[in-house]
Design a protein around this ligand. Structure first.
Ligand code: ADP
Ligand code: MG
Length: 364
């Protein structure tokens, strides 16, 4: 048993029987109700960061909405190139120069993200560790197609674990960067979406005065304001279902919330009947065990994104400790035995579509 005050609780709330389809990850129960409530809202979909990003704005006119969407699309495409883990761009240049040791001038587009990642890596005891790009590549996740991958050699994995690259190996002074460890390879796949969403919301509110908006990158989202008289909603995917539209729970999104989920169903391949997924435990060099998915709510999207990844690695035994170190109040973790771990704060906000078999509540 974990040594923190988790209690088991029979959860008696009635499951919500609305068809799962309307609780899709990407569904916001929008257009129809919007018309009934005469709420002006506009939606668009943009393909970026390897996923479909849905944006909806409310309370502004169509012309302004079009301008907003155009700005968001341009911002997303630019940021995607800056921070792409393996395609040519500012980050791949930084990685190359890090590998050569010495000091160099980095592009200013990568410095704030590196600094933020350093803070989050430290808070998470390096379970969130974007310096392990070499391991992520070795497992074959730095490529678009990975379904036919094979498990790497254990000796190669151990060599990379031993090299022990950390965010604290990077030193920044102005735009000058020094990498103490030539094995540091940055992969911001676990944080870049959050950083991008945070930047976009702040840019759009400041530039256009938009007050009601949601931006949803394949189930990871940030929202401000609300949709007419009612809040935004998000469905949390059932990690045990092969149908990505089957919801496990739904959460009401308050203004300023960022909600991020890390799951082992996002990017994976099968080898020896085992699911080889993309979230790597930096301590072992292998895909993190025990967790199926972790959902986190936090005001800052970058923190939420990094924390979902870190808590996935932390798993059922360590998530409370790491959540506390990272200052995360809202957590929902589903493990591979279908146990559901939640903080009391999260339990107060979540509506289960599928009743959890075993619910363990952490009350601080
Ligand atoms: P998703 O991409 O599904 O939103 P995450 O936010 O958890 O999920 O990001 C997973 C990605 O983060 C991986 O594809 C990889 O690029 C990177 N990554 C894997 N393991 C770690 C880790 N321990 N720390 C930081 N980043 C990681
Ligand atoms: Mg993440």
């Amino acid at each position: 048993m974990p040594n923190h005050p988790l209690t088991t609780q029979a959860y008696n709330a009635k499951p919500n029987h609305r068809p799962a389809k309307i609780l899709l990850l990407l569904a916001f129960i929008l257009s129809v109700i919007a018309c009934q409530q005469k709420v002006e809202s506009y939606k668009t979909s943009i393909f970026s960061f390897g996923t479909v990003i849905e944006v909806e704005v409310a309370g502004i006119n169509e012309k302004l909405a079009e301008q907003v969407f155009k700005t968001i699309e341009e911002d997303l495409q630019r940021m995607h190139v800056y921070w792409h883990p393996w395609q040519a761009g500012a980050l791949s240049r930084t990685n190359k120069l890090c590998g050569m040791a010495g000091t160099f001038s980095a592009a200013i587009s990568v410095i704030p993200l590196i600094q933020k990642a350093q803070v989050l890596a430290k808070q998470s005891d390096n379970l969130f560790n974007p310096a392990i790009g070499n391991l992520i590549q070795l497992w074959g996740f730095q490529q678009d197609e990975f379904e036919n991958n094979t498990v790497p050699d254990d000796a190669e994995i151990q060599a990379l674990v031993k090299a022990n690259p950390r965010m604290s190996d990077i030193h920044i002074s102005g735009v000058r960067i020094t990498c103490d460890n030539p094995d540091v390879r940055l992969d911001f796949g676990g944080i870049a979406k959050g950083f991008a969403l945070e930047k976009i919301i702040s840019n759009i509110t400041q530039t256009y005065g938009v007050k009601n908006m949601i931006i949803n990158a394949g189930g990871d989202l940030k929202a401000i304001g609300k949709h007419g008289d009612r809040p935004w909603h998000i469905g949390i995917r059932d990690p045990f279902s092969t149908d990505k539209n089957t919801a496990f729970a739904s959460i009401e999104v308050n203004s300023g919330d960022s909600i991020f989920t890390s799951g082992n169903y996002e990017r994976y391949y099968m080898a020896n009947n085992k699911r080889i997924h993309h979230i790597i435990d930096p301590r072992t060099g292998y895909p993190a065990k025990d967790s199926m998915s972790v959902t986190v709510i936090h005001p800052d999207a970058t923190t939420a994104d990094a924390a979902a990844t870190a808590l996935f690695v932390a798993g059922p035994k360590q998530w409370v400790e790491i959540a506390q170190k990272m200052g995360i109040e809202y957590v929902l973790l589903i493990d591979d035995k279908q146990n559901v771990y939640v903080t009391q704060a999260m339990l107060d906000r979540v509506k289960f579509v599928k009743e959890p078999k075993n619910l363990l509540v952490f009350r601080p």
